[in-house]
Every structure is written in structure tokens, then in C-alpha cells.
Design a protein around this ligand. Sequence first.
Ligand code: PHE
Length: 503
Amino acid sequence: MAEEAVLGYLEKNEEISDSGKFAEEKGINHDEIVNIIKSLNGFRLVDAQDIKKERWVLTSEGDLYAKYGSPEVQLFSAVPPEGITREELQRVFTSRLPDDLEEKLKSSIYKIGSTQHSKKAIKNKWIEMGKSQVSRKVQHVDDKVRYLLIQIQNGEVVSSEDIDALKRRKLISSQIWKGYSVKKGPKYAPKRKKVATDLTRENLQRGDWKELEFKEYNFLAKGQPTEGGCLHPLLKVRRQIQMIFLQMGFEEMPTNNFVESSFWNFDALFQPQQHPARDSHDTFFLKEPSTTRRLPEDYVERVKRVHESGGYGSRGYGYEWKREEANKNLLRTHTTAVSSRMLYALAQGPFAPKRYYSIDRVFRNEAVDRTHLAEFHQIEGLICDRGLTLGHLIGVLHDFFSRLGMSKLKFKPAYNPYTEPSMEIFSYHEGLQKWVEIGNSGMFRPEMLLPMGLPEDVQVIAWGLSLERPTMILYGIDNIRDLFGHKVDLSLIKRNPICRLGL
Ligand code: PHE
């Protein structure tokens, strides 16, 4: 309808001089007219020129006064011909205001009326304010302010001095109105022809392509967003942590086997066979192949002995160690399984100190909730050298975690079957304003290291943490299912920023 109105009008008339007036005359919404003008202008059917006009509109305070009168006149009207006390005046003033106004608003109008504008009413010589008595000085006053506001509301012209005065009282503010003046364009037609956007097989067969008008190419149109690959936040944080380990002189351990035997995952770590973590409620065991094929037999023998009766200064656990338990295949529950393989391998040659790290996936048979999944990534670091102490471990943890941006650390004694002493690591989170547990650490037990064949004076300090925890904190994600798994919003993965640790 708007399009017909514009094109039809131009067929008989030279120009639409003001789209606003035109819209009003035709009874069409101005925004609708503007959209049509823009579109017709784009196709050169019309030639549109911007018009901008400054208009005055009432502020909410101005609105109020246009409705109920200016405060100074209200003040005047509240003073009866015989005069009134100041206290009475406020009561009368507010009681005369319409009931539907809030009490707060009423008293603020009174404040304006009786303070700033009582001066006005006094200056205008309308009233006289005595010490306690207020009296009228004239019989009648005109509410010029209200009258001006109503004029402005109706779009009537008001003198510039009056505008200035109202502006100063913040009763009106200016608004830029935008519209168009419109003439015929070079491609004007009383009706827009539908242009073809595509050349079809039918057009070719019918031969109507000869008459068809085709839409021109718009070389400035934005193309489809490109579908590039992108990195998952876990990969970005992993990369950063990897860089930290490399800067600290650590080598990466080969973690490319999710399937591990119970032997390397538990037994080699001096974890007794009755330990609850070895239960199928906690660990995923494999059905096929259910057992491992090969283990280093002489080492297995020493592990069996240390579990059963100890040695190397230990009493052992004093139970009957079963080979079948050790043979069971599982999805590794921690990357410490890889650490045990690496330390065993290290013990087979002449001793050399080592720093190892790994960041890879582990699996636990857990109920899924906001903070737990059945699989996650573990970050693990270990240092193997002669004469290491708990002090070295604490020092390395401070170094490592402060590179991650966590320099306030606390340690709490803990228990792991394979470390003694063991410490849980807590870091003060400035954002959350509390201490959060961020990892676990300890010194590997002699019952673990000596059967491998490492020299007696060699100690291993180690720690582990999840990759998900710091990633969730860094990216402000509070449900792990929003980070990993089938419910993840892919656009979030595409848009998420580069990871910068330690800032
Ligand atoms: N393996 C431990 C865990 O799963 C982490 C850890 C690694 C603890 C090394 C001590 C030493 O939580």
C-alpha cells in the first residue's frame, strides 16, 4: 500500500516534499513509508533526499505540567485569598494534586513549587512569603508555562526565548526527526516490475529470458560467513599449559593409550587390589580384550612381593596378591598409569634425572553432574631426581601455578596409595573470593619406586589436576556439560576468545 501510494503520487505530482506530512495525509505509518522510499531509492525508481528537522518534545516533567499546570501556578492556586500558613500550604498544595499521582511525586512537585518556583511566584509578584504567613498579591494568574508546553505538544511554533526558558527548566528536549523528500528517479515506473533473481531452465525453454528483467549483481553484499575450523577451549588451554611445561624444561610422556592394564594403572602404583577405586563402580573394565597379554615378569614378581610382604623397609599390605586382578584391562583412570610406565622404563637404564608431563584423557565410572563427566583430561607433572624433598615439590608447585595465574596457594595433607606425603592443592580465586581445590600432589612411595629398580636415593615429586577445572574458570562456564559433550553449543566454541593464562 505504501509503495503504491508513493509511486502513484509521483505519477501525477512533481515531488513529495515531506515524507512525514505525506504519511499523515495518507494515513500510513511513517516508518513504513521510509522503508519503501529507501527500497525504491535503491532501485533508482525514486530519488530521495534526507530531511532532518529539530523538534521539541516534552520531558516527563514537562508532560506532567502540561497535564496539571506548572508548580508555580499550582502554588499560587493553593494560596487562598485570605492567606495561609506555610505548613498548611504544603497540605493544601499536595491535596489539590490528582489522586493518581504517587505521594513521592506529589511532594517533589511541592518542593519545586515552593522552593525554586516560589521564587518565581514571588518574582512574578504573585504571592508574598512572610515568616509564617503566605498571601496572594494578585487575584488571578495565567499559566503561561503550561500553555507553551501544550503548544509544543501540538507541534505549534513557539518563540525562541520561550524555547530557551523551557529548555533551561528541562521541561523540553530536542529530538532529531528524519524523513525524506522524494522525486521520480531515472528508473521511475508507476509500478515496480518484479525482477528475476535467477535464470531457470524454464526461462530458457520458454524463451522468456529475452523479456525478463534481471536483478543486478550487488557486489557490495556481504557473503556467507565462512565455515572455518576452530579450536575447542580445552585445546587452547591445553596448549598454554603445554607451553608452561616446556618453558620449565619438561618432556611430554606418550599418553596415546586409553586402554591400560590394572597392573600399570594400580598395582605398579602400590594400590592394593581391594582398593575401592578398583571396583567396577568406579572404573570402566574392558570386556574385549578383557586382559593384557604381556607384563615384565620379573618386575611383576617384585610388585607382588611388595604388596604381599613389603620389603625396602616396608611391611606391605599382607594380603594374597592375584595376577588375574593385575591382568584386567580398563580405561585408564589417571595418567599416573603412564607415569608408572615411564619411571619403570627410566629405571631400566643408567639413572638420569627427568622432568615429565602429560595432558590427556582419563575415564571414571561416575554419575554425570554439573562438575563431573565420565571422562576428563588430566594434567600431570613429575620430577625424578636424587635428593628431592617436600620443599622441592612445594617450590615447583608455586612456580607452575603462578605461571597459570594462581600465585596464592595452600596445601592440605591428603592420602594417595602411591604418594607419601601427599598434599591437596588449593588456590585463592580472586573472582570467587574463596579457596578452590585445584589439584593433588605428593612424593611417590619407595614401595612404588624401588621395585622398578630406581636407585635408593632417587625421589619423585608429582602432581595432577584436571584440564576442565581451569578452563571452566577461565571461560566462565559453570556446567561442564556446556564445555564437553553432545550438549555443547557449537557457536560458543566458534566464538570463544584466545586463551591467555597468567593475566
Ligand atoms: N593421580 C592423581 C589423581 O588422579 C593425581 C596425582 C598425580 C596425585 C601425581 C599425586 C601425584 O588425582
